[in-house]
Design a protein around this ligand. Structure first.
Ligand code: GLU
Length: 438
């Protein structure tokens, strides 16, 4: 265990969005990289805007992403309470410290912090040295008696022994006030690391909670792989400098450091996130893929997987290399479990554009009917020689056979797919396809 202590300090006033998740993730990565402690602290002093529901969304999202915290709500720890709403006594004590040093005074019912007037230098691990003078005294308690963010944030970082403050670049302008406070308390300064903003997919704006794809919940609902979402978030503002982006988390943990955090803003790209998801799905061990595929398909009420486990396993194994995501998987496998599958009209149009596909289908039917063994290699060889004898391209046969049997123009590898469906089903589907698509 190292003495590194970092914290994620959300205010539960809204859903868990990409930006917050990325901040939590970078703190977690740094803790795991250094063998330090990751603290979850809830900044809920604004009782009107905080809610239990939002807190649960944040905790669920963190658990889903695998960001386990070592201290905080539900797990406890020696530096609690971990809710700011329960730390009022501590804040009063710290206010007295400032008063005794002549650094706090009352004005118009509020309590103000008296700034030093000296320039302060922030040594930021990402942005380098930033010098600023805090010219005006600022409030630390409102006239209604509630403490202000800057004050509680610093007091808690002191009390909780936080060694590194990793947070969004939008806090950079607050940090000068925080440095003033740390110095006034005579407390050791944590190392600050401000991480770049996440811009929305187009334009210059910062990604906001209202933007499409901005909430972690959306990916939970769409059955994204949490490992893929987490991997993508790692690349929003951090560069592993090994030319790779898609990596297992163990590798990321071992590489993660402030030197890899980039200063320029990161841009959120939904398509890239989807690509990460696809790559992670394809790289899954078979049994893991089978398990999540089953969950995704079972939740479709019109698909009955049946009881033939060996068959179900073969179908999922066959589809894994072609599966783009779990959302589209049900439509990709539906025809394996029911003879009542839809015919894709765009696919039909493409295939019927030239030639006489139904004539090719009739020829293929005869060949498949008379095959000695209905295995993928024999099917492939038979259709190829049929095409060769007819002086045609084999794709003319492949396309229409696939379409007749699945209703789709694309899908998993054709020959193993036909083998898995079996001769009887393939022939009966081709037989009835003439009237359905003709
Ligand atoms: N509650 C603050 C926020 O959500 C925490 C800022 C910090 O990490 O210091 O932005």
């Amino acid at each position: 265990m190292s003495n590194v202590r970092v914290r994620f300090a959300p205010s539960p006033t809204g859903f868990f969005h990409i930006g917050s998740a990325r901040t939590a993730l970078f703190n977690w990565l740094y803790a795991r990289h250094t063998g330090g402690t990751f603290v979850l602290r809830i900044e809920d002093t604004d009782s009107e805007r905080n809610s239990e529901e939002y807190l649960n969304v944040i905790k669920d999202g963190m658990k889903w992403l695998g960001l386990d915290w070592d201290e905080g709500p539900d797990v406890g720890g020696n530096f609690g309470p971990y809710f700011q709403s329960k730390r009022d006594g501590i804040y009063r004590e710290y206010l007295e410290i400032l008063r005794s040093k002549g650094r706090a005074y009352d004005k118009d019912g509020a309590v103000f912090f008296k700034v030093s007037g000296e320039p302060q230098v922030l040594h930021d691990a990402v942005y380098g040295d930033v010098e600023r003078v805090e010219e005006k005294d600022f409030p630390i308690f409102r006239s209604n008696g509630t403490p202000v963010f800057h004050f509680v944030n610093v007091v808690d970082d002191i009390c909780m022994g936080i060694t590194n403050v990793i947070r969004g670049q939008d806090h950079l302008t607050n940090t000068n006030k925080h440095i003033e406070l740390f110095k006034a308390f005579g407390a050791p300064m944590p190392q600050f690391a401000h991480i770049p903003l996440i811009l929305k997919s187009e334009g210059q704006g910062k990604m906001s909670k209202r933007d499409r794809g901005a909430l972690i919940e959306e990916y939970q609902v769409k059955n994204f792989m949490p490992e893929a979402v987490r991997n993508y978030l790692c690349m929003l503002g951090w560069n592993p400098k090994n030319g790779k982006e898609i990596m297992p988390i163990e590798e990321i943990i071992s590489l993660f450091d402030f030197s890899g955090i980039v200063k320029s803003n990161a841009r959120f790209d939904e398509r890239k996130m989807a690509h990460f998801n696809t790559e992670h799905l394809r790289a899954l061990p078979r049994d893991k893929f089978r398990a999540i595929a089953r969950r995704a398909v079972e939740s479709e009420s019109d698909i009955d997987l049946g009881k033939d486990e060996a068959y179900i396993g073969k179908v999922f194994d066959l589809c894994q290399p072609k599966a783009a995501n779990m959302e589209s998987l049900p439509s990709m496998v539906r025809y394996f479990f029911s003879d009542d599958y839809p015919f894709d009209s765009a696919g039909r149009e493409k295939i019927f554009k030239k030639g006489d596909p139904l004539a090719r289908l009739a020829e293929a039917f005869e060949v498949l009917k008379n095959l000695e063994s209905f295995d993928k290699d024999s099917i492939y060889a038979a259709i190829c020689s049929l095409a060769e004898n007819a002086g045609r391209k084999s794709s003319e046969y492949f396309q229409i056979v696939r379409f007749a049997v699945t209703g789709q123009a694309g899908g998993p590898d054709l020959f193993p797919m036909l083998e898995i469906l079996g001769r009887e089903r393939v022939l009966s589907r081709i037989g009835s396809a003439f009237s359905k698509i003709g």
